[in-house]
Design a protein around this ligand. Structure first.
Ligand code: FE2
Ligand code: FE2
Length: 279
């Protein structure tokens, strides 16, 4: 079981919402309306860990170790939403999301293969780590900069925890896991983000609700994510390249191969599909 060790590791570095955020450093002159609005959207997006948790527990009924770990992940993601709401409560109370706005992102996700979802969320954590690092640079108000830096570190640790479960899956499921990870890896590392921001909250997850079946489509401002990435934090090709590099690097370590680019990974995926033993 990985859960006891992951619990211990994550608890050892856990930050305190009251005492580890430099609330007293707030500088009102450094917070624009535009920046405050974006914090509200991020607070609601983080709340989407709730439906994701319901999906994880449903699709991993046979895996009590992973399900137990999700209790830690869920707690930390809800805390991300909470710290952003606490920031707004203190400094822009009119922008605190309403309970209805939060509840709007709680909807059923269609069942999906657990291994693919695991890889999807691994890539999502890597991506969010980079988005939040950029957000910390873009924001000018010191407290929110510190909050985004704090969240970015948590997201990186979440990615590390998912990677542990991916390693375990390779031992247990072999090529079935390799195939699932390579498939989702190609998807998450290939499209230029100008086409579509590739994060779990921006993917369609319930065919019966289409097109309102992404978390982003259920925000008060469904166009927010693209504007945040393009015009605010300006997540450009260089940053996108860093995300892709981290995904390929980690999959390379996992598979004992080296992937210079997504085409390499796609070739490997096709070899797996043909049933050939990849060299
Ligand atoms: Fe988060
Ligand atoms: Fe996370």
């Amino acid at each position: 079981m990985l859960y006891p060790e992951l619990f211990k590791q994550l608890e050892a570095v856990r930050w305190n919402l009251d005492t580890d955020i430099p609330w007293q450093s707030f500088d009102a002159a450094c917070l624009s309306d535009e920046q405050a609005q974006t914090i509200k959207m991020n607070a609601i997006t983080e709340w989407a860990a709730l439906p994701a948790t319901e999906m994880f527990l449903r699709d991993n009924r046979g895996d009590s170790d992973f399900s137990a770990f999700i209790s830690v992940w869920f707690f930390e993601e809800q805390k991300h939403s909470l710290v952003l709401m606490e920031y707004l409560r203190r400094f822009r109370p009119e922008l605190v999301p309403t309970e209805d706005e939060l509840h709007a992102v709680r909807f059923e996700f269609d069942p999906a293969p657990a291994l693919e979802t695991l890889m999807l969320h691994f890539c999502g954590e890597i991506r969010l780590n980079h988005w939040y690092r950029r957000a910390a640079e873009w924001h000018t108000e010191p407290v929110i900069k510190a909050i985004y830096e704090t969240l970015a570190r948590d997201e990186a640790r979440h990615g590390g925890a998912y990677l542990r479960y991916m390693k375990r899956a390779l031992v247990r499921c072999g090529d079935e896991a390799r195939t699932a990870f390579a498939k989702v890896g190609v998807l998450m590392a290939s499209a230029r983000r100008t086409a579509q921001a590739l994060h779990p909250t921006n993917l369609h997850v319930n065919a019966s609700l289409f097109p309102n079946d992404t978390v982003q489509s259920r925000l008060p401002d469904p166009a927010w994510l693209e504007a945040w990435l393009d015009r605010q934090i300006r997540f450009d090709a260089d940053w996108e390249g860093r995300v892709v590099e981290r995904i390929l690097h980690n999959l390379g370590l996992l598979f004992g191969r080296s992937f210079a680019n997504v085409q390499d990974l796609n070739r490997y995926r096709k070899e797996l599909g043909r049933g050939a033993q990849p060299a």
